[in-house]
Design a protein around this ligand. Structure first.
Ligand code: TPP
Length: 560
């Protein structure tokens, strides 16, 4: 066989099972785009490479399989950086393929030349600067193998333009790159976990994104059931356990209900599964789970002891570990502990004022959820709206919730929602956004209109960078600065301008009926929800404080 590097890339992607890619063409990747024209792969033309990166992330997050984004050299590559870094922090399998100036021009400050390899080195799991077309036969499958194996993550493949044009003759196609078999736990470690769980009187399980990545959600439920183990979740673990499971405590950390954070103060054994003890989750680390022995199971050995020293750290796939552990456990009722946790939940439930009214923060989320049902995929941007959604949305299944946890990237929501809708066209995708975040990738409304995706943006519009305003109110003595938008765009008009249907709940007599109608219409839509400018997310743990030092308050000033 004789193919160009560009043809090789497209055909190797097809062999990987890639059917959709998102990107933007430019001088340095035009050979690749020329080859794509002859391919069955559907190309989604984003309006900004960051959008392309997050569209690919949306596909990857909702399916668990690597997804691909494309950019040209120079600004195309730099625009992808945020989405790549975001994938690194949240362990998302992403393959980014960038064009580079021809080999002979590398290092000459050629037009649109930047050192993509150097720039992406610290924000990828692995990266390549491809030096010959023949190398692609190894590099492409290997990139997919690395992105998907162990702890998933992003891989960058930088391909000089002349490598894309270079012909290569080869005999056989390589095998597609697949995730390697997951790491199994040692028998003696599992026996120790079983013993520790048996001894514990007040054990608690903390689940994170690693549980979802491992496909271990069902096993966590079985574990909880069998040993009467209350389960709390990090932001990225939401959905792994159904919100209404009697043993599920909700999200821990900075914006957790008191009833979720307090049992962590009391527990004597913490079984931490696929978590990385992020500071937003733990609060002041030294005071996190002060009474507990910690068993930490994670597929990435570098997480064990990185932040919190476990009594027992096990480098293993969470699903493999639980498969080994479950048969070794004896059923335990733990009546006292379960009653204690239930009493805390009854005493300190999460207050959700305004949850009946679609123009209140909790109401916009709860009423959207009630209208959309269980099958909906939920994306969010970053800010107060993200935390309201995390607290209030009744998540029911793993991969239902797509949010930028580690990097906390405003602008994530809309393109990630588009990606999820492309990967799961049978589902509706709702994106809860803020007026600050939406503006960071609003150009992707054009992509949503072009693709006709079933994405509904529910915009909690407070005319502020709300989470910043909240921190200035609570921790800077009300010295507000640069958190208010004095120009308030007409988001419904903007959406219509992009060809997306839109409505404004502030301008209608029956907002609930209008919200329902808008969410049920097929195709892309935007619902502007004007909310109080001074609504806050509560409870809130001040940055750096222990999780028990929560500030309480009415979430909405007028709902006090
Ligand atoms: C790209 C980026 N820049 C800045 C921040 C810091 N930041 C975190 S939340 C926030 C405000 C978000 O405002 P908005 O999207 O309107 O949501 P709200 O908090 O009002 O719900 C800012 C500026 C960030 N997370 N990401």
């Amino acid at each position: 066989m004789k193919l160009t590097g560009a043809q090789l890339i497209t055909q190797l992607l097809e062999r990987q099972g890639i059917t959709v890619v998102a990107g933007i063409p430019g001088g340095a990747n035009l050979p690749l785009y020329d080859a794509l024209r002859d391919s069955d792969i559907r190309h989604v033309l984003a309006r900004h490479e960051q959008g392309a990166g997050f569209i690919a992330q949306g596909m990857a997050r909702v399916t668990g399989r690597p997804a691909v984004c494309l950019g040209t050299s120079g600004p195309g590559a730099t625009n992808l950086l945020t989405a790549i870094a975001d994938a690194k922090l949240d362990s998302v399998p992403l393959v980014a393929i960038t064009g580079q100036v021809p080999r002979a021009m590398i290092g000459t400050d050629a037009f649109q030349e930047i050192d993509t390899y150097g720039l992406t080195l610290p924000i990828t799991k692995h990266n390549y600067l491809v030096r010959s077309a023949a190398e692609l036969l190894e590099v492409i499958p290997e990139a997919f193998r690395i992105a998907a194996s162990g702890r998933p993550g992003p891989v960058v493949i930088d391909v000089p333009k002349d490598v894309q044009n270079e012909f290569v003759t080869f005999e056989r196609w390589p095998e597609p790159g697949r995730a390697e078999p997951q790491r199994q736990p040692a028998d003696e470690d599992i026996a120790r976990v079983a013993a520790l769980l048996g001894e514990a009187r007040r054990p608690l399980c903390l689940i994170g994104g690693g549980v979802i990545a491992a496909g271990a959600a069902t096993q966590v439920e079985l574990l909880a059931q069998k040993t009467s183990l209350p389960v709390a979740s990090t932001l990225l673990g939401l959905g792994a356990m159904p919100h209404d499971h009697p043993l599920f405590l909700g999200m821990i950390g900075m914006h957790a209900a008191r009833a979720t954070n307090l049992p962590l103060e009391e527990c004597d054994l913490l079984l931490a599964l696929g978590v990385r003890f992020d500071d937003r989750a733990t609060g002041k680390v030294a005071q996190f789970c002060p009474q507990a022995r910690i068993v930490h199971i994670d597929v990435d050995a570098s997480e064990l002891g990185k932040i919190k020293q476990p009594m027992l750290g096990i480098e293993a796939d969470v699903a493999a570990a639980l498969a080994a552990l479950l048969p070794q456990l004896r059923p335990r009722p733990r009546r006292e502990w379960i009653a204690e946790v239930a009493a805390l939940r009854a005493a300190y439930p999460l207050a959700m004022p305004g949850s009946e009214c679609p123009c209140e923060p909790y109401g916009a989320i709860r009423q959207s959820a009630a209208c959309l049902g269980n099958d909906v995929v939920v994306a969010s941007d970053v800010g107060q709206h993200q935390m309201w959604a995390a607290q209030a949305f009744p998540f029911s299944w793993p991969r239902q919730w797509l949010t930028s946890g580690g990097l906390g990237t405003m602008g994530f929501g809309l393109p990630a929602a588009i990606g999820a809708a492309l990967a799961m066209p049978e589902r509706t995708v709702v994106c809860f956004s803020g007026d600050g975040s939406l503006l960071m990738n609003i150009q992707e409304l054009a992509t949503a209109a072009e693709e006709g995706v079933n994405v509904k943006v529910v915009l909690l519009n407070n005319a502020h960078l709300g989470l910043v305003r909240q921190q200035q109110q609570l921790f800077y003595g009300g010295r507000y600065h640069a958190s208010r938008f004095h120009a308030e765009p007409d988001f419904a008009a903007i959406a219509r301008g992009f060809g997306v249907s839109a409505c404004d709940l502030g301008a209608v007599a029956e907002p609930l009926a209008v919200l329902h109608r808008a969410l049920q219409e097929p195709g892309p839509g935007l619902v502007n929800v004007p909310i109080a400018h001074d609504a806050n997310v509560y409870p809130m743990v001040p940055p750096g404080a222990a999780n028990r030092e929560m500030i309480e308050g009415a979430s909405h000033a007028s709902a006090a």
